[in-house]
Write a protein that binds this ligand. Structure first.
Ligand SMILES: [Zn+2]
Length: 261
């Protein structure tokens, strides 16, 4: 019998908002939630730890959902904390189910058996990525080449160092969305815009964009917002508006929608 991790009263591992969105665009939010399945307690952590940035991307779900409304695109949100299993890491990566995060040991992740790890992947990681893949496949079946945006947020201070950027665009070798997006955001004089900051997409991380878009030649970008700027819902909504204004002319260009080698 395979282990079942989620109980009937646990939330779904994946939520789709604005499923009827008509844009050839999917917004993915890997770190939308800080929920932990009931069966795992709180992974042995105080609720205050789960609520800080190690548990989730504060504000990201609100930005993603508001961006989806503005751009008329569906958004797919992961339902559980990255501390249970990180939906933006390769499941074979040692950081997929972290034993330590930003100085906090995660007792519930220590010494897991292969079947416990597999149960987390099966219950949480797989359905989230199947939803993304399903949407992309439905576009391909209609001969539509869609774009993928992943929305994240980053903690303003990491390892004692303040991060000055308001927003960062992470990208590797496909400039179609990132380059004009960075240019558009930099035209707004009050913004400090990171180009592969606070970290680079050129080191192998960012499973979602890599697996679903980069490896398939689809236009894509990962957007990182500083958490103190989007923690409040009203501020997150304003940020979504700003991002949508910068993105709309780029996404309206028909010449970005092709499968790149
Ligand atoms: Zn994230």
């Amino acid at each position: 019998m395979p282990q079942t991790l989620l109980r009937p009263d646990d939330p779904s591992p994946v939520t789709v908002r604005r499923a009827e969105g008509r844009a050839p665009l999917l917004i993915a939010c890997d770190h939308a939630s800080n929920r932990v399945p009931t069966a795992l307690g709180n992974l042995g952590l105080a609720q205050s730890e789960i609520e800080r940035h190690i548990g989730w991307d504060i504000g990201a779900a609100t930005v993603a959902a508001a961006l989806a409304e503005r751009l008329d695109a569906p958004t797919i949100l992961a339902g559980y904390s990255r501390l249970v299993i990180d939906c933006n890491r390769d499941p074979d990566d040692s950081t997929s189910i972290p034993e330590m995060s930003d100085g906090t040991p995660i007792p519930g992740n220590r010494g897991l058996s292969a079947s416990e790890r597999a149960a987390r992947k099966r219950a949480i990681f797989d359905p989230y990525h199947a939803e993304i893949e399903g949407w992309l496949k439905r576009q391909a079946a209609r001969n539509v080449v869609p774009a993928l945006l992943s929305v994240h947020s980053f903690t303003p201070v990491m390892g004692g160092k303040a991060r000055p950027w308001h927003v960062g665009i992470l990208w590797d070798s496909d400039p179609r969305i990132p380059v004009p997006l960075i240019e558009a955001l930099r035209r707004e004089r009050d913004l400090i815009v990171g180009d592969n900051e606070p970290y680079s997409a050129r080191i192998p991380q960012g499973y979602t964009v890599r697996h679903h878009a980069a490896s398939e030649g689809l236009p894509h970008a990962a957007i990182e917002l500083r958490q103190d700027l989007v923690a409040e819902d009203s501020a997150a909504a304003r940020w979504a508006e700003r991002l949508a204004a910068a993105l709309a002319p780029i996404l309206a260009r028909r010449d970005i929608y092709y499968v790149r080698d």
